[in-house]
Design a protein around this ligand. Structure first.
Ligand code: ADP
Ligand code: MG
Length: 384
């Protein structure tokens, strides 16, 4: 039997071996914006074969005259999406498999990363006409649950929080900041709102309302602050009885994360990191880069405790979880530096090893009375 080449499918299985896995890394290029066109910017990103990406530096004309060639760099990712890729395609390639695994009780995280204006919120939340990964994931989840509704009970709960300036806020019911606490399942935000969700439309409305609660800068009241991180967490619980009357309880958690703008905030070397820390840029993003560096260097101690974001993402980065990173970039040469930085980090993220996500399942014996009844029933059936 000939093996079918199936690009875009089974990416999770592809990378899992010997109990180890790695972060899947995708890059999405957005279309050139009107403003960028108006100032005559050039496209400096080229995507080939849906995987390879070439970044060209036009900026230094002197270099070009001297070397008689453009400086460029080649990258390769699990997939690179050109600016013609639609939301459904991005969802299907990056997140659909993670959602399927969540239904089987394995945790998953998808995060968008990139400079302000690179397309993170568009990819995650999207618009009413073109909903993004958050909405498509929940829609898909409901479809899959409906197909399986005969074999047990599923319940879906949502929570939506923001990390801004090292404060965690509940986007579904704004009020006092939330306190993070260590629980036996990991870090949890005490008193967080868990909305029970029944339909996709309801979820879209909930998310949009939540997004309006994100922090804005006083000078730009209609725009979400570029320093705000948003985390949507979807918990899917499954309860059923197996053939031996045992109760099977399975819980899968999906975290979808729209990170703050990464401009200037992610540094590779410790010295730059320290100087940025003094400048009060974005503690959470700095801490994230420290954690990624420590994971890559194979350090025993990973400094998750240094920020709220890294505490919340601890499981996604170093735990047993299917983790996906989508790096968003602009095509314009005006954003060359930011794009280079984003791609550099995406390239490093490919090296992070994680543990294979395990099924969170609990099997409970039925109460004695129920078991006796079942035995009696069985005995009666045999007699007849
Ligand atoms: P970020 O959240 O990274 O700051 P946004 O998602 O807000 O950036 O995107 C900036 C602008 O570009 C928005 O107006 C958005 O609608 C548009 N945009 C981003 N990605 C795309 C895309 N793939 N297709 C069409 N428009 C996009
Ligand atoms: Mg945004």
């Amino acid at each position: 039997v000939e093996k079918m080449e199936n690009v875009g499918c089974n990416k999770l299985q592809e990378v899992e071996e010997l109990g180890e896995s790695r972060i899947l890394v995708f890059v999405r290029l957005r279309p050139m914006a009107k403003k960028e066109k108006e100032v005559g910017s050039r496209c400096c990103v080229k995507i080939v074969n849906g995987r390879d990406l070439y970044l060209t530096e036009f900026a230094n004309e002197n270099d070009y005259l001297r070397l008689k060639r453009l400086r460029g760099r080649h990258f390769s990712f699990d997939a690179s999406f050109p600016d013609t890729t639609n939301q459904q395609e991005v969802y299907a390639t990056t997140t659909a498999e993670v959602v399927e695994a969540v239904l089987q009780g394995r945790n998953g995280s998808v995060f968008c990363y990139g400079a302000t204006g690179a397309g993170k919120t568009y990819t995650m939340l999207g618009t009413v006409e073109s909903p993004g990964v958050m909405v498509l994931a929940i829609k898909d989840l409901f479809t899959k649950i409906r197909q399986r509704s005969c074999d047990g009970n599923h319940t879906v709960h949502l929570s939506y929080i923001e990390v801004y300036n090292e404060t965690v806020r509940d986007l579904l019911s704004p009020g006092r900041p939330l306190v993070l606490r260590q629980d036996k399942q990991g870090i949890v935000a005490a008193g967080i709102t868990q909305c029970r969700a029944y339909s996709t439309d309801e979820v879209m409305a909930l998310l949009q309302r939540g997004n309006q609660n994100r922090t804005t800068e006083p000078t730009r009241v209609n725009e979400t602050s570029s320093r705000s991180h948003a985390i949507l967490q979807v918990t899917v619980e499954y309860r059923a009885k197996d053939s031996g009357m045992n109760i099977v309880n399975r819980v899968g958690k999906l975290s979808l994360i729209d990170l703050a703008g990464s401009e200037r905030a992610l540094a590779t070397d410790q010295r730059t990191l320290r100087s940025l820390e003094g400048a009060n840029i974005n503690r959470s993003l700095l801490a994230l880069s420290s954690c990624i560096n420590a994971l890559l260097e194979g350090k025993k101690h990973i400094p998750y405790r240094n920020s709220k974001l890294t505490q919340l993402l601890k499981d996604s980065l170093g735990g047993a979880c299917n983790t996906v990173m989508i790096a968003n970039i602009s095509p314009s040469d005006l954003s060359f530096g930011e794009t280079q930085n984003t791609l550099h980090w995406a390239d490093r993220a490919k090296e992070i090893r994680t543990k294979v996500a395990e099924t969170n399942e609990e099997i409970m014996k039925p109460p004695e009375s129920e078991l006796d009844q079942a035995k009696l029933l069985l005995a009666l059936q045999k007699e007849n």
